[in-house]
Design a protein around this ligand. Structure first.
Ligand SMILES: Cc1cc2nc3c(=O)[nH]c(=O)nc-3n(C[C@H](O)[C@H](O)[C@H](O)COP(=O)(O)O)c2cc1C
Length: 193
């Protein structure tokens, strides 16, 4: 069995041609030795959060989502910015995973955030909004380096491969730093893990 650090990659966009899915694919490609990134593909199957549904038991897509988080050493969110915030599908999935309080698989889980936008912001506001959601679950989002990718259409080829060398280098450095960040939180006795 591999003892590589297991990172669960989550793209906050469902569309097939998503720049953020492409950025996550680039991260998988550029992963440093000793780390593996598995991508979570079930975000679109997670129903809207409803406490009445939750009271009857987590629907299968939610249970799979929570299990994927629980069995990962860390999370890597690669998200667009929608209307200055976190896309609804991602926030909704986060809300399910934050339950029940005290036993959430997100509790004290290390995480990294990156994002690519069509315009100039590079998802800075969405990343800050996501950090805000991490407070209650004490999800340890790495502070720096940050990866904001503006004007995404210029950075990828038509097949979705990240071609911009500066961005590739930023992703490489980000993942190396994430590996060190994850090490800091080893053996801290994460509740829910
Ligand atoms: C509903 C919606 C809201 C958006 N709001 C923002 C925004 O607030 N800031 C921004 O930089 N881009 C915004 N965009 C443009 C996205 O950056 C762009 O569509 C991006 O490519 C989406 O990510 P994706 O390619 O991974 O799907 C928005 C796009 C949509 C569909």
């Amino acid at each position: 069995m591999s003892d590589a650090t297991r990172v669960l990659g989550i793209a906050g966009s469902l569309r097939a041609g998503s720049l953020n899915r492409s950025l996550l694919r680039a991260a998988v490609e550029l992963v440093p030795a000793g780390m593996e990134i598995r991508t979570f593909e079930g975000l679109g199957e997670i129903p809207p959060y409803n406490a009445d549904v939750e009271a009857r038991g987590d629907p299968a897509p939610v249970a799979a989502w929570k299990e994927a988080i629980r069995t990962a050493d860390a999370l890597l969110f690669v998200t667009p910015e929608y209307n200055y915030g976190v896309p609804g599908v991602l926030k909704n999935a986060f809300d399910w995973a934050s339950r029940p309080p005290g036993k959430s698989p997100l509790n004290r889980k290390p995480a990294g955030i990156m994002g690519v936008s069509g315009g100039n912001s590079g998802t800075a506001r969405a990343q800050l909004a996501l950090r805000q959601s991490f407070v209650f679950t004490e999800t340890y989002a790495m502070l720096r380096p940050e990866v904001f990718v503006p004007r995404g259409a210029e950075k990828f080829d038509p097949e979705g491969r990240l071609t911009d060398e500066r961005t590739r280098e930023a992703v490489r450095k980000f993942l190396e730093a994430l590996g060190l960040w994850i090490e800091r939180f080893r053996d801290t006795g994460r509740p829910g893990s």
